[in-house]
Design a binder for this molecule. Structure first.
Ligand SMILES: *[C@@H]1O[C@H](CO)[C@@H](O)[C@H](O)[C@H]1NC(C)=O
Ligand SMILES: *[C@@H]1O[C@H](CO)[C@@H](O)[C@H](O)[C@H]1NC(C)=O
Ligand SMILES: *[C@@H]1O[C@H](CO)[C@@H](O)[C@H](O)[C@H]1NC(C)=O
Length: 435
């Protein structure tokens, strides 16, 4: 992170373009209607040029909500809710035979509903069912479509610690169990297939608290045995404070990119929950998956390529205006080996910050000591102080925390930063993203 290229000089052409759409793991993700995207435990389905994101709405009693996008970055609400059924957890969409189906967990059973268009109104199809062959109840729903036989598979974490894979029949009913994983207490299944190998990602069972998610693999979906588990991220990261929900494959003209979609739950799976999406690096010979961490990234859905911000203006904390007891100090990990500390008794203000006019991503480079529960806050143009953790759940967990701030056009913005408690926080600087 310290060696990143920072572009200080800007071509005139880039100023004024308000692209600024990014995938920011842990951050509050706003829709094109300026509402917080509310589709947790969900999945994304690609049809033609459009991506459909379905998930449970935490602020509407867990009804299935949908958003559409053509670039995986800007999402528009799609006439929500999709059905009046409430408390349907982890809805997943499939198209077994011409019609659209959503499957989710209701009262620890599978409930299916059906529509004639993917973003239409769904009607309940049959009652709640337990799963063949055992009649087990279960908690989480996942979805996978095998390109080999165009068949859809419902993944579930059944009770009795069984992750089941059931074929979805052409008539939409849940069919035979073709495989299952009985290697421990796992839930939140999702799957991807690379070079004929099926990778099953699951999380541990720790409620709304994150844990190190794991991957198992097999070369035969129907009846094959599972190898694993292997972690998909450094164990201490707890999957970057998230839980798996789905794996999305984006096949571009230059490369295929696999995307881990996780939920960054709040303490009770409520409306403050966010999302952690990251590209997955696949080691095909070692049969390992690793999440590729980026504080902020995007994908070009045409080429499949991943990009990170390249046009940023950086402002060093040691050159900013310091108030109270905030003081410049030597800092080994900081860009110029200098940062600002004692922020629990002072404030750093960056004056004359250039904005494009409107919401813009600003990356805060600061570290919170592991034992500290301190919060950092930000205030823009003398507005109210907002805790950074309420804008991005990665606050305190990563040294680069992007948040979206409303900046005025021109070079007269003031961004202030301080902390609530915690002596050890060191602010290195901020970077305002312009591409
Ligand atoms: C699949 O769809 C076709 C066309 O709508 C229909 O005729 C057929 O009955 C469906 N198959 C099943 C098993 O539902
Ligand atoms: C901000 O810019 C104005 C106009 O160029 C200048 O007078 C002022 O000193 C600058 N403030 C800071 C804190 O650099
Ligand atoms: C910000 O965080 C501090 C420390 O955790 C907390 O006391 C305060 O209530 C928070 N402020 C808001 C607006 O949530």
């Amino acid at each position: 992170m310290l060696l990143q290229t920072v572009v200080l000089a800007l071509g005139a052409a880039s100023v004024g373009q308000a692209a600024n759409s990014w995938i920011v793991p842990g951050a509050a993700w706003m829709s094109t209607s300026n509402t917080k995207i509310d589709a947790h435990g969900g999945m994304v389905y690609e049809q033609g040029d459009t991506f459909y994101w379905v998930g449970q709405s935490a602020s509407h009693n867990e009804q299935a909500y949908m958003y559409t996008s053509t670039n995986l970055l800007d999402w528009t609400p799609a006439s929500n809710p999709k059905n009046s059924i409430q408390y349907m957890w982890r809805p997943k969409v499939a198209k077994p035979n011409g019609s659209w189906w959503i499957y989710g967990q209701v009262d620890r059973n599978v409930q299916a509903m059906k529509a004639t268009t993917i973003d239409g109104s769904y009607v309940l199809s049959g009652g709640k069912v337990t799963l063949p062959p055992s009649g087990y109840t279960y908690s989480d729903t996942g979805m996978f479509r095998d390109d080999a036989d165009q068949t859809w598979y419902l993944l579930t974490s059944a009770d009795h610690n069984t992750v089941q894979i059931n074929r979805i029949n052409a008539d939409g009913t849940v069919g035979d169990r073709v495989n299952y994983l009985a290697k421990g207490a796992y839930e939140a299944p999702g799957m991807l297939k690379v070079n004929g190998i099926y990778y099953l990602i699951v999380s541990g069972k720790t409620g709304w608290r994150s844990n190190p998610n794991q991957v198992f693999w097999t070369d035969k979906l129907v009846g094959g045995s599972w190898n694993g588990p292997v972690g998909i991220a450094p164990e201490a990261e707890k999957t970057y404070n998230s839980q798996n929900t789905f794996e999305l494959t984006v096949t571009g003209s230059k490369k295929t990119t696999y995307i881990y979609m996780g939920d960054s739950w709040d303490s009770k799976g409520g409306p403050d929950s966010n999302y952690v999406w990251l590209p997955i690096t696949v080691d095909t010979s070692g049969k390992k998956l690793t999440l590729e961490y980026h504080a902020q990234w995007k994908i070009d859905v045409a080429t499949g390529e991943v990009q990170v911000p390249s046009v940023k203006r950086r402002y060093e904390a040691e050159h900013a205006t310091l108030e109270g007891r905030a003081a410049v100090a030597r800092c080994e990990h900081c860009l110029n080996k200098r940062g600002v500390q004692k922020l629990h008794e002072g404030v750093v203000s960056f004056a004359n910050v250039t904005g494009l006019g409107g919401p813009q991503w600003v990356q805060f480079h600061y570290r919170v000591p592991p034992s500290s529960d301190a919060e950092a806050w930000v205030s823009v143009n003398d507005g109210p102080a907002v805790n950074i953790s309420s804008l991005n759940h990665r606050a305190g967990y990563h040294s680069v925390v992007p948040v979206q701030l409303d900046l005025i056009e021109g070079s007269e913005n003031t961004i202030s930063f301080g902390t609530n408690g915690g002596e050890g926080i060191v602010l290195d600087g901020i970077e305002v993203v312009e591409d």
